[in-house]
Design a protein around this ligand. Sequence first.
Ligand SMILES: Nc1ncnc2c1ncn2[C@@H]1O[C@H](COP(=O)(O)OP(=O)(O)OP(=O)(O)O)[C@@H](O)[C@H]1O
Ligand SMILES: [Mg+2]
Length: 316
Amino acid sequence: MTLQIQDMVVEYRGAHGRMVRAVNGVSLDVAPGQVIGLVGESGCGKTSLARVAAGLLRPASGTVLLDGVPVAPLSWRRRASRELGLQMVFQNPYSSLNPRRRIVSQLMDGCPAELAGEQRRDFAVHQLERVGLSTDVVARYPHQFSGGQLQRIAIARALVARPSVLIADEPVTALDASSQVHVVTLLADLVRDSGMGMLFISHDLALVRHIADTTAVMYFGKLAEVAPSARLWERPAHPYTRSLMAAVPRVAAGAGLPEALPGEVPDPARPPQGCTFRPRCTHAAEICTKTPALVPHDGGLAACWLAGEPSIPVRS
Ligand SMILES: Nc1ncnc2c1ncn2[C@@H]1O[C@H](COP(=O)(O)OP(=O)(O)OP(=O)(O)O)[C@@H](O)[C@H]1O
Ligand SMILES: [Mg+2]
């Protein structure tokens, strides 16, 4: 199933009851077997977009379609999004597991309705095997696992619902470096083997580069750039993408600390006129006082008046 997010707008009530726009007109497709990476600084609206896509939050406007059929915003309790084939994996695996119940019974709850009795247990155990856990863990409780193991269990819990699209919001941010690699590799394998699509959200551009076919870069509620990951990494079109790349730590000896991104994300209550990255952009020109549209550029999309200008140096 293809997940289509169209013209999504998410607003929250801010100070003095004024509405603050967290997502401002984002469109994104996730096709079967495809990994879309969504990157951007803290507060740019990634989780808000994920939650409306999963039907957990009602957007101010915009549509979510699954294979062309609109998904109405649904409450998490009703679990209807699960039946529609959407599952979410969160940053903190504890948040999706009940501390007082054994792992296996929690997984069995999410099994397809047509399975009964022993079949449910077998199916749940099979999902645990798929995420690389041995079957002797089934009778344990959540506190008896490490963070990396728990995130695998949370993924297994999502898999029992046989999702056609998995939305993973910072699934490895809370894990140590080696568990991060294991869980990301696991997710990539699952997508390859099952043909499900995945929206993989992370503020870590280096990680996304390895797993995502296409990378979408979000800034201040909008997409700044969308491109095949290899192209994005080789020839970033948007100055914001370049700044994010320059901020990726390098492990090489003598590499020093990465460059911090200059300036700060604007205050959502007072959005800048024109291009919202303009106050932080070292290349801003007169034209940037007008809002750039997200238009085709170099095999992808970019929202920058100066995208592709040879005068913009690649900061690497
Ligand atoms: N429930 C809420 N009520 C009010 N404002 C909110 C709410 N949730 C998020 N926001 C605001 O919306 C904006 C986007 O938040 P969001 O959590 O979507 O960002 P994010 O990109 O996921 O950030 P992070 O990388 O830190 O997870 C932020 O300015 C945030 O303060
Ligand atoms: Mg978030």
